[in-house]
Design a protein around this ligand. Structure first.
Ligand code: PMP
Length: 405
């Protein structure tokens, strides 16, 4: 309570008839705090407070790379510190157009369009391709930005069980709407598993639908040269496949994109509110993302190194009897601990070992599935993995799961 008063002050000046309008927010905050569920900001310094980073989405370790900083600085010198307007007005520089093309080239799609975040790319793709005459079929574990995009689409939305192709097929077969969209994460953001993209595409093709694949956690990590999960599944260039992605994870910048057939991209330029009414992506972010693509092209082994570190992390956890993904296909490795308090304790244990890890609790994950979210980095070294092994052993002991006790 003292903490709440210190942060919010005390409410004064409300008449007897008028209740303090912020009290319901404080009460909700206190209840979430008591349940170990309250989310707070965790500011970081230039590094990660001296901790080893196993929490960020900087999968290729490029966030402090001087080549990216130089790319950002060049873009700022050439185009200034702001995009200055919508991409339809003054916000498309030559660098934006180059990034549109290069992202399409990397992923094997026909055309691309850079948005100012991955979140907005999903809103743009799903809301614009959806509508009242379009059924949207969405995996129950899809990212929150896809969930919001579905809501915004005004479509009827069928939520299907996780990675369940048969359920997708029956939703498509039983629909009344003339059109349909199937939307899925390529790599699921907490569980780290991969969608059955080839099978989903066969179903989508049979039913005349469009498949939207969010490559946020796959780009730069999955497939040869990090070309993404749709490319690895052999479906990226198909006209009925649309990709969305973020520049903020493996490419260590900021921003997002939608990739697909020229008809799709032209439609977004013409009709996507998340594109038209948003200021174009900051030139610095465009410059950094282009430099990241150069680094990726010059060092095609980077994605493989990130994946190898993820497999090492998963086998450390599994070897101790902790519940994890056995064979991670990308850089995300969850360690499931069940109750939120157990996950918070495990995060604290990691911190004591000098490790920064993600800690996910409801409603970000289903009840009983609170977990640590460990992320691999291509640059993670042996010493760091050894420290992680020690921390995981303590966690396994403290949860009574250790195979060694
Ligand atoms: N999709 C997925 C699967 C994500 O994990 C995220 C980011 N957490 C996004 C989209 C949103 O991307 P951005 O952070 O660029 O808005």
């Amino acid at each position: 309570m003292t903490e709440v008063v210190a942060r919010y002050g005390t409410a004064t000046g409300y008449g007897t008839a008028g209740a303090d309008p912020l009290e319901r927010l404080r009460a909700a905050g206190r209840a979430r705090e008591a349940a170990g569920l309250r989310r707070t900001l965790l500011p970081r310094d230039g590094g990660h407070g001296g901790l080893v980073d196993l929490a960020s989405n900087d999968y290729l370790g490029l966030c402090r790379d001087p080549r990216l900083a130089a790319g950002a600085a060049r873009a700022v010198r050439a185009y200034g510190t702001g995009a200055t307007g919508s991409r339809l007005v003054t916000g498309t520089t030559e660098l934006h157009a180059e990034l549109d093309r290069r992202l399409a080239g990397l992923t094997g799609t026909a055309a691309g369009l850079v948005f100012s975040s991955g979140y907005l790319a999903n809103l743009g793709a799903v809301a614009t391709l959806g509508g009242r005459d379009v059924l949207v079929v969405s995996d129950r574990s899809n990212h929150a930005s896809i969930v919001d995009a579905c809501r915004l689409s005004r479509s009827r939305v069928a939520i299907t069980p996780h990675r369940d192709v048969a359920a997708v097929e029956s939703a498509l077969a039983g629909r009344d709407e003339p059109h349909a969209l199937v939307v899925t994460d390529a790599v699921f953001s907490v569980d780290g598993d991969v969608a059955p993209l080839a099978a989903l595409h066969r179903v989508v093709r049979r039913h005349g639908a469009i498949l939207v694949v969010d490559e946020a956690h796959a780009l730069g990590v999955v497939g040869d040269g990090g070309r993404g999960a749709a490319h690895a599944a052999g479906i990226a260039g198909e006209p009925d496949v649309v990709l969305t992605l973020t520049l903020s994870k493996s490419l260590a910048s900021q921003g997002g994109a939608v990739l697909g057939a020229p008809e799709v991209i032209d439609t977004l330029v013409d009709a996507s509110r998340a594109f038209i009414f948003d200021t174009g992506l900051n030139p610095a972010a465009v410059g950094a993302a282009l430099a990241a693509l150069d680094v990726l092209a010059a060092d095609p082994g980077l994605p493989g190194r990130a994946r190898e570190r993820a497999r090492r992390i998963a086998s450390l956890a599994a070897g101790l009897g902790l519940e994890t993904t056995r064979d991670p296909a990308a850089a995300v490795v969850p360690v499931f601990l069940g109750a939120p308090e157990d996950a918070l304790r495990a995060r604290e244990l990691c911190r004591e070992h000098g490790l920064k890890v993600g800690c996910f609790r409801p409603p970000s994950v289903p009840d009983g599935r609170s977990c640590l979210r460990l992320t691999a980095r291509a640059t993670l070294d042996e010493a760091e993995l050894t420290v992680l092994g020690g921390a995981l052993e303590m966690i396994a002991r403290s949860t009574g799961r250790s195979l060694h006790t």
